[in-house]
Design a protein around this ligand. Sequence first.
Ligand SMILES: *Cc1c(COP(=O)(O)O)cnc(C)c1O
Length: 227
Amino acid sequence: MTPISANLQAVKTRMAAAARAAGRPAESITLLAVSKTFDTARIRECHAAGQRAFGENYVQEALGKIAALADCDMAWHMIGPIQSNKTRAIAEHFQWVHSVERDKIALRLNASRPADLPPLNICIQVNVSGETSKSGIGPGMEIALADVISNLPRLRLRGLMAVPEPTSDTTLRRQRFAQLREMHENLMARGHALDTLSMGMSDDMEEAIAEGATMVRIGTAIFGART
Ligand SMILES: *Cc1c(COP(=O)(O)O)cnc(C)c1O
């Protein structure tokens, strides 16, 4: 096995063990391979090992990779902070955006989504850790943003995403993920048909899966350390 396929297998084993411990089916959790900073040869290797969903943080870097890998059957997820002058490129080239935190960005993505493509899948990013993390909408504010997005025909609201502050305190990790799950449940109770809770990375996927993650975003554990 190549290192990436071995890493991919190890990640899937961790996901399955976490799912089992939580009494959840392993198939209820999707693996998003976060390929930022890694070149197309590594991404191709990961694709050859069976991976189909890839996450990128920087639009310019991602566009080059998406073009170079156009022959591969892949879904691209934008997971990094979004500048408004990049919304057209995102709407044209990605299938998912996890990092929507402002009305203005949602409106621009909706306006730019090409008519011949299906609606763009959207997660609202929430800042569950408060002021220590800069990205994401404040807790409570996701309700109004979800209403805005649900009324945009070229967007499809799928759920919530969060990147809690790094901590070795596993109890705190679980609290942050539980907070996001509760917000997700609250939105569903308000009538939003959601199916995606995007939470958990290489170091904390177990806690995220225990709290209901349906998509984990894994970089380091698949591709190795970023330089
Ligand atoms: C880089 C990144 C990841 C992956 O982090 P790892 O710790 O390398 O698994 C996940 N989500 C977001 C938003 C990221 O920026």
